[in-house]
Design a protein. Structure first.
Ligand code: ADP
Ligand code: MG
Length: 718
């Protein structure tokens, strides 16, 4: 009997290998499969007669196989399966690469349904590697039995070697179990917000009949996400109003000394944000404030001002960040900035436990910190240090602060609600510590308020004055060598360079550049004379750290990395951000990458390379539309330098029917809702407020209460 908890291994056709791949996607049970939502749909609602096919279009064709054969391509050492398909109007040539088994699955005379892109090959039309499906019977209604190649066909985010087809096949098998899913929304909420049931929404998101079904399904699923955020933030707000926090006195003279000691002048926006925070923590009520500012706007120093005041009040401050690299970097920055003060800084990550026991010299260069450190265990550091910087290692059981007055959470969206809560509960004192969350997700004030209930908000909406606009270029393949020359010159002039690649694995099919592959090429062939390093998730932390600190120290000139450098990394001397496979990233994410350069007076550059080959780009008419669209999308980065604007444009380009959720960071808790679901957000807020007014314990709706708990425990780290 299939239940929601049935292990995927017990589902037909899931072997150990497939199970392992599914686990990588976080899919372990039938329930996980049901909740693995597609991110877009291919519209194969119409079957196109072969004679009407157009090069460049994506189409569904149904016909009979007239010829089928395997060939070897001697030059490229590839196996090619060739087929001719006839539908009575015309014949179409179809080619599959390195899938010789197709010739065993299909045979001449079979009726097949094919879906894919139509290409032009020496003047005649072909389909290369289309998704195929044998049609077994034709029902009385005249419809075919196809699920992968006809109708609205969902696409899922997948890792290499898992196909949409496999995932759809598996979901099809478990879809019956939606009947077992608990619909935790109270009926009144569903009624007021005009929502369909959860089971129906899940069924229709995977197997929609038409666009309207997708819309209604999406609305329900997006509502749930927004509703949970609302419930949670309303409940937090209620709790805070009932609790007490330490009143942090403002040390004006010391703060001024600190600000004067900075190597730059604070922007007005930074001053204002710092002021708002200092005023807020002076009250005996716990602060819960979001500090929002685009990448590079200088949030860190604002947090340091707040932390300094907390320490001057004799209390501790903690600064939690999502990655080891960032923790290390913040530790060094904060220690350096506070060098003139008698403040002990500590670092607690999984692999690093350090504490400064001496004043740091004021300098802009990274120190060889190892000689000035006292090795301690985590418990010792959180007991003795005044400012503790660290990763989620800080929320382990044995950690207990002496007297926590303020918790700062950097890149807050990377942490789950439960993680934030746990950190706050580690305060040694009876009072609730103040909370400052920081994010670069650039959403307008009104939207942030609608989204997070009535939290306090400070916005840094101004960049430091010395910044020059980053020159952004989409670089065609022909100009790659010129770009390399340019990079060489920049390095000669003393600058440093980031190269970002989309994935670690070599995936021939997608032509995705991997870090390993790219590193080898650049290191051996392009820049043999230049010191390089690589950075990706599979390296040990110690290795990552060594590379990052060498890059910071200027020993390494070029760093080839995956998206690990996306958050927070601050290397002011870097002036070139080169991104391979740029079309594979969202615009907001590309904007985050770009934010890694242009962090000082040096003119900086962002070069975007795409996987589009020139053949694709050169095709005429409809054929080039996909390439054109991608190029136009990337060109938005050339023009716009504002994250929110870019997120909006991205959504427009890919269409709300195509991109659900903010896959490109910012709001990992949302798979379905987008920043632009303003009305839905308002509805969710209204309904949340109503429920809490009736019963703030939520005990009247036990299913909902359980769901909220589950949601809060959800970890948003990668
Ligand atoms: P983010 O808001 O992205 O976290 P950071 O706090 O890392 O930005 O600051 C980015 C860089 O700008 C750092 O090198 C920091 O020292 C520098 N910086 C911060 N404020 C100013 C300022 N007012 N003028 C010039 N540089 C500044
Ligand atoms: Mg930052």
């Amino acid at each position: 009997m299939l239940t929601l908890e049935t292990d995927i291994i017990n589902i037909t056709r899931v072997g150990a290998a497939t199970a392992k791949k599914l686990k990588k996607l976080g899919i372990a049970t039938a329930r996980d499969l049901l909740f693995y939502f597609p991110f877009r749909y291919d519209d194969f609602t119409k079957v196109t007669p072969i004679k009407d096919l157009q090069a460049g279009s994506i189409a569904n064709v149904v016909g009979q196989i007239d010829l089928l054969q395997n060939k070897r391509s001697p030059r490229r050492r590839m196996n090619i399966t060739e087929a001719l398909i006839t539908d009575g109007t015309e014949t179409l040539k179809v080619i599959w690469f390195n899938q010789p088994f197709i010739a065993r699955i299909l045979k001449v005379g079979d009726r097949v349904s094919l879906a894919g892109k139509v290409d032009e090959d020496y003047g005649s039309l072909t389909m290369n590697s289309p998704v195929y499906e044998k049609i077994y019977e034709i029902s009385n209604a005249g419809g075919d039995s196809a699920v992968h190649t006809q109708g609205l066909v969902p696409n899922y985010h997948l890792t290499a070697n898992l196909s949409h087809k496999q995932v759809r096949f598996l979901i099809k098998q478990v879809i019956g179990s939606v009947a077992l899913v608990t619909d935790y929304l109270p009926d009144t909420v569903k009624k007021n917000a005009k929502l369909i049931s959860l089971g129906e929404a899940i069924k229709n998101i995977h197997f929609p009949k038409d666009n309207n079904e997708i819309k209604k399904a999406r609305e329900r699923l997006a509502f749930d996400e927004l509703f949970l955020v609302q419930l949670q933030s309303q409940l937090v707000k209620r709790n805070l109003e009932l609790s007490l926090a330490p009143a942090i006195k403002f040390y004006e003279a010391e703060t001024k000394t600190f600000v004067d000691s900075l190597p730059f002048k604070l922007t007005d926006a930074q001053r204002k944000a710092a002021w708002e925070i200092l005023k807020d923590i002076e009250q005996g009520q716990p602060m819960s404030r979001l500090l929002e500012g685009d990448v590079g706007s200088g949030k860190t120093v604002v947090a340091v001002i707040a932390m300094l005041n907390v320490v001057l009040n004799g209390q501790q401050a903690v600064f939690m960040v999502p990655t080891e690299i960032l923790a290390r970097q913040h530790y060094e920055t904060v220690s350096r900035l506070l060098a003139g003060f008698d403040v002990k800084t500590g670092l607690v990550t999984r692999t690093n436990k350090l504490m400064s026991n001496d004043k740091f010299p004021m300098t802009n260069q990274c120190q060889n910190l190892n000689d000035k450190k006292l090795k301690l265990d985590s418990a010792g550091i959180v007991e003795k240090a005044d400012i503790i910087i660290g990763t989620q290692a800080l929320i382990q059981d044995d950690i207990k602060f002496r007297d926590l007055g303020l918790a700062v959470i950097d890149e807050q969206h990377r942490f789950g609600v439960e993680q934030r809560k746990t950190l706050m509960e580690k305060s040694g004192a009876k009072l609730v510590p103040h909370l400052l969350s920081m994010t670069a997700t650039p959403i307008p004030r009104s939207l942030a308020l609608a989204m997070y209930g009535d939290l306090s908000l400070s916005v840094i909406d101004e960049m430091p004055k010395d910044r020059k606009k980053i020159i952004t270029k989409v670089v065609p393949e022909e100009k790659r060598q010129l770009a390399y020359e340019f990079i060489r010159e920049q390095i000669r002039a003393g600058r440093q360079v980031f190269v970002i690649c989309p994935l670690i694995d070599i995936s021939d099919k997608l032509g995705v550049k991997s870090v390993e592959e790219e590193y080898k090429k650049l290191d051996k062939i392009v820049f043999p004379e230049i010191a390089m390093g690589k950075l990706h998730g599979r390296l040990k932390s110690a290795e990552k750290e060594k590379i990052m600190s060498e890059f910071l120290a200027g020993k390494i000139k070029i760093i080839v990395a995956t998206s690990v450098v996306e958050v927070g990394v601050d290397v002011p001397n870097a002036s070139v951000m080169m991104i391979e496979g740029a079309d594979r990233f969202g615009l907001a994410q590309l904007h985050q990458f770009r934010g890694r350069v242009g962090r000082s007076v040096h003119q900086s550059y962002c070069f975007l390379f795409t996987q589009l080959n020139s053949r694709q780009a050169n095709l005429t008419g409809q054929a080039s539309s996909q390439a054109d669209k991608t190029l136009a999308r990337l060109a938005a980065l050339v023009k716009y330098h504002n994250g929110f604007e870019l997120a909006k444009i991205d959504l427009k380009f890919r269409g709300p029917g195509e991109v659900y959720g903010l896959e490109q960071k910012g709001f990992p808790e949302f798979k379905m809702a987008t920043l632009f679901d303003y009305d839905l957000m308002k509805k969710a807020r209204e309904e949340a407020v109503k429920l809490i007014e009736i019963d703030p314990s939520l005990n009247s709706w036990s299913d909902l209460k359980e769901k909220l708990g589950e949601w809060e425990r959800g970890v948003h780290l990668e």
